[in-house]
Design a protein around this ligand. Structure first.
Ligand SMILES: [Zn+2]
Length: 523
């Protein structure tokens, strides 16, 4: 090749590299995920990477996105998701895409896939539209070693659990989740969790906890979560922080103080939350924890012994009054009862009435026992105060997470948080109520969870970052999903880019499946 033509080829390729983008977003307000004030710029994407941010309007681009009047932000990272089954039914994760989520972290509440590696390998056969990552669940590990027994583990068993935790970290987990409220987490002494936490912490992971109790004893369990971080030597996170039941409303003042004090003495503790005044979990959450030991069959045996049945019922009555029932059985709405789909959407007062009895706490407790005995139901519990939601949201240590799932559109009655969490914060708590600023809200959804997870190449709009980018209208963004009509997508997100490909473009889900499995720090 002659020198001149070689130079020509080189020159062309240099020219192409500096001026040609695969996607160019122009004229937007960039809210970059750091919490800094918005600024005007164009964003250039090549391959799977943001390669330029600045005045790029004259550059060539395969796809140009005019974003005047709109916000460009990093794709949102949901650090608490239950989508590990749903993603295989709905690989587009459309509920998440339409609220700007580009990464979900699974394995919450002490429950995960195990072993991790073969589970993550399944995504080689199922291309997905968003990124997927996971924690390893303490409850899942414990179940594998000693089943659902309500007893301390032996040193040898704890050794096995530590090996499983370490293997999960090597397989790509981002840390250890606990669900100390659930079987078998509720049978686990704090010291045992700390042993596992030490292993995970040394490998770069975090601890994230659905705490042992979120109602009358919420402050004790905040202390426990902090202790696990302090003695386990790793970052620790209170997940879906809330204070349940009127008797506990306002306790977020003190729980946030506990977090502040812990941080002041050097414990790395953070929080996440969803922006709703109702929680969602099994109807078994009304039961005393000892009654659930050993699973469904053992619970049924206890219920057939009159003395034990009376003791169980007394606790359910208490919980209906002061805990998740918040003083009225109609605060407990059934979502999904495997044995009778017709019960979805009905509340505990209605089902009690349909049994032909008066709606009292005692009779509602009987209804709950009957539902649990037939196979159990998931339920939505309206028992959180709006003041606590807003106070927790304003903490600089709080990020936003959905605790949601990937529902099949139209099926069952999921909590609206699956469809609406991120859009709701931007619509209700930024635009309408001014609880947090737009920049802070975006930080809580992107830069903050990315940093928490050590996802150093995501969560910010900066050159060099992976191109997970959302374009939304700050004047229109809104959640639509409601408790009695949950299957409604959020609105306002026009374009969602995942690893440099448009997964949502001009409000339409595309055929791109550019989501990736993300691996944790010890992989
Ligand atoms: Zn949870």
């Amino acid at each position: 090749m002659r020198l001149a033509s070689l130079l020509l080829v080189l020159g062309c390729s240099v020219f192409a590299q500096t001026n040609r983008f695969d996607i160019l977003i122009t004229g937007a307000h960039v809210v970059d995920g750091s919490g800094n004030p918005w600024y005007s710029a164009d964003v250039g994407i090549r391959g799977d990477t943001i390669v330029a941010v600045g005045q790029l309007g004259d550059s060539q681009a395969a796809i140009r996105i005019d974003a005047r009047g709109l916000v460009v932000a990093p794709g949102f990272i949901d650090i608490h998701s239950h989508g590990r089954r749903g993603i295989f039914n709905v690989p587009t994760a459309e509920n998440y895409l339409r609220e700007g989520v580009t990464t979900i972290i699974e394995g919450p509440d002490g429950s995960s896939a195990l072993p991790i590696a073969p589970f993550l390998d399944r995504f080689k056969e199922t291309p997905i539209s968003i990124n997927f990552a996971t924690f390893v669940g303490q409850g899942t590990i414990r179940t594998q070693v000693i089943g659902l027994a309500n007893r301390k583990a032996t040193p040898e068993e704890i050794g096995k659990m530590k090996d499983l935790a370490a293997q999960a970290m090597r397989d790509g987990a981002f840390g250890l989740s606990t669900g100390l409220f659930y079987v078998p987490g509720n049978f686990t002494p704090t010291e045992e969790v700390i042993e596992l936490a030490k292993v995970v912490g040394q490998m770069g992971g975090i601890h994230i906890s659905h705490m042992r109790e979120e109602a009358t004893h919420v402050l004790d369990t905040v202390r426990e979560t902090i202790r696990i971080g302090e003695e386990g030597g790793l970052p620790t996170q209170i997940t879906h922080h809330k204070t349940i039941g009127q008797a506990s409303w306002g306790k977020s003042i003190e729980s946030l103080k506990l977090v502040e004090e812990a941080r002041a003495r050097g414990v790395d503790v953070t929080i996440d939350q969803y922006p709703y005044t109702a929680s969602s979990t099994g109807i078994s959450a009304l039961f005393p924890q000892w009654a659930l030991e050993g699973g469904q069959k053992s619970t049924a045996e206890r219920l057939s012994a009159p003395g034990e049945r009376a003791r169980i019922k007394a606790v359910i009555v208490e919980n209906l009054k002061f805990d998740r029932g918040a003083g009225d059985p109609k605060n407990v709405a059934l979502v999904n009862c495997s044995f009778d789909p017709g019960l979805a959407g009905k509340n505990l007062a209605e089902v009690t009435k349909a049994r032909g009895v008066e709606v009292t706490m005692e009779n509602a407790a009987e209804t709950a026992i009957e539902l649990q005995s037939k196979g159990g139901c998931s339920a939505i519990y309206h028992a959180i105060s709006e003041e606590d939601v807003m106070r927790i949201m304003q903490s600089p240590y709080t990020m936003i997470a959905s605790d949601g799932d990937i529902p099949v559109f139209g099926q069952a009655s999921p909590h609206p948080r699956s469809y609406g969490t991120f859009a709701r914060v931007l619509g209700v708590y930024v635009r309408e109520k001014h609880v947090v600023t737009l920049e802070d809200a975006v930080r809580k959804m992107s830069g903050m969870p990315a940093e928490r997870l050590k996802l150093w190449d995501r969560g910010l709009v900066r050159p060099g970052m992976k191109a997970d980018v959302v374009v939304f209208d700050p004047a229109k963004v809104a959640d639509r999903s409601q408790y009695d009509k949950p299957h409604q997508y959020s609105v306002g997100f026009r374009d969602v880019i995942v690893n440099g490909k448009l997964a949502l473009h001009n409000d339409q889900v595309t055929t791109e499946r550019s989501g990736r499995v993300l691996y944790g720090p010890a992989h």
